[in-house]
Design a protein around this ligand. Structure first.
Ligand SMILES: *Cc1c(COP(=O)(O)O)cnc(C)c1O
Length: 411
């Protein structure tokens, strides 16, 4: 990506019609509820330093899709941009790129999702770099230049499907596409990217095959006179393992303090140097004493095995506390673990605080992150939540919903 700030991009003939959806999120100023996410900006910068070092000479493009993995894309982007160790950003959607531009971000932004509807003009007007995966958007961008709406050449990155069957030109379709590129001198393929399907696998068979195909695609495009400035393939797992670094890397989850695991799921984290950025906390809003056998929650899926103290939390699955954690997950109260009991409901969940001495209304409850209290200290990681909920930490972080206000902390 070239790093041309939007201010120096060609002005458009017509005023832009505001058409991009801007999701409203709960803001700290609105926050009455005690359920919130604290975002530790120093931990974010620490993780960027780790990633930067690991990337060596490669450029670092921070992946901030899905509202920066639930951390709030504008604030995260501003923090990273100010730090100067980041060279650009990647998002999935045009809407996400627009949100960053409106937040004042001037660094290059790559739109990885490859779908622009009929908003190609907006992509250029916002100074965003599109990823293309077939001839149709290349033709659409070329038409903008021919119509005098944008000045060319327009920089795009071409995505190659080297073995994931998700997005990208297939190796079979590449020769025909490469031959057609000369028809569109208004568009310049400056970047070549692919995505690795099995970067966490210790064996690396698929990764080696994918890299070989990527090199093949590179050679083919160069034979067609395509001058590639930058090639990129690595997300966090490959980056942390020092694989497929090429000219730029695209770390996402590692910036937020979660290391992918070797072999996936229950494997060892690839690095232990990262620090969790998000901490999700709430407070007990009610406590009741139950007799032996008394039921808790929808469907009475839990019954008190003896006299029990049950506390209610104002956080439910609509906030991102997975329903899978009912009768399975834990939270921290007064520095000690307490089990989630009964079904998690939309806005609330119940925990068993029978063994948490002194637990009372107003006590802080930590759902994700560390807590220190009179009864000890402990931490709940995104990995633990993922294992208990039968998912991956990426889904845990991105599930913390917009109903949970984010508070940015400089500890
Ligand atoms: C999400 C994504 C990344 C970042 O992946 P992490 O595992 O979170 O580091 C990089 N590249 C592409 C194409 C992606 O979709």
């Amino acid at each position: 990506m070239t790093g041309v700030p939007p201010a120096v991009l060609p002005s458009m003939n017509q005023p832009l019609v505001p058409r991009i959806l801007r999701p409203r999120r709960a803001a700290p100023a609105d926050a009455v509820r005690p359920t919130r996410a604290d975002i530790n900006l120093e931990a974010l910068r620490h993780n960027l330093r780790v990633v930067r070092k690991q990337a060596g000479a490669a450029r670092v493009w921070a992946v901030l899709k899905a509202d920066a993995y639930g951390h709030g894309a504008p604030a995260v982007a501003r923090t990273l941009e100010r730090d100067r160790r980041v060279d650009g950003f990647c998002v999935a959607l045009l809407e996400e790129g627009v949100e960053l531009r409106e937040a004042g971000i001037v660094a290059p932004i790559l739109l990885m999702g490859g779908h622009f509807g009929n908003a190609h003009e907006e992509v250029i007007a916002r100074g965003l770099v599109p990823v293309v995966h077939d001839a149709e958007p290349i033709a659409a961008f070329a038409r903008l230049v021919r119509a005098g709406i944008a000045s060319g050449p327009i920089e795009v990155h071409l995505k190659i499907d080297t073995g994931m069957a998700r997005l990208g030109v297939t190796m079979q379709a590449l020769p025909a596409l490469a031959a057609r590129l000369a028809e569109y001198p208004e568009v310049r393929v400056r970047g070549l990217m692919t995505h690795l399907a099995c970067a966490e696998d210790a064996a690396d068979v698929e990764t080696a095959e994918q890299i070989a195909r990527f090199e093949e695609a590179t050679a083919l495009l160069r034979r067609h006179g395509v001058n590639l400035d930058v090639r990129h393939a690595a997300s966090s797992a490959a980056l942390l393992r020092g694989q497929a670094l090429f000219d730029a890397v695209r770390p996402g989850i590692s910036l937020f303090g979660v290391s992918p695991r070797l072999g996936g799921g229950a494997g060892e984290p690839i690095t232990k140097d990262l620090k969790a950025v998000m901490r999700v906390r709430t407070e007990i809003i009610a406590v009741r004493v139950l007799e032996t056998g008394a039921p808790v929650g929808y469907g009475a899926t839990w019954r008190a095995p003896g006299p029990a103290r049950i506390a209610t939390l104002p956080m439910g699955y609509a906030d991102g506390l997975s329903r899978q954690l009912g009768n399975r997950g834990h939270v921290l109260v007064r520095g000690k673990r307490a089990p989630i009991v009964g079904a998690v409901s939309m806005d609330m969940a119940m925990i068993d605080v029978t063994a948490v001495e002194g637990a009372a209304v107003g006590d802080e409850v930590v759902v994700l992150g560390p807590q220190e209290g009179p009864l000890g200290r402990d931490a709940i990681s995104a990995n633990e939540l993922a294992e208990r909920a039968g998912t991956i930490p990426w889904e845990i972080l991105t599930s913390i919903s917009r109903r949970v206000p984010r508070f940015y902390r400089e500890p």
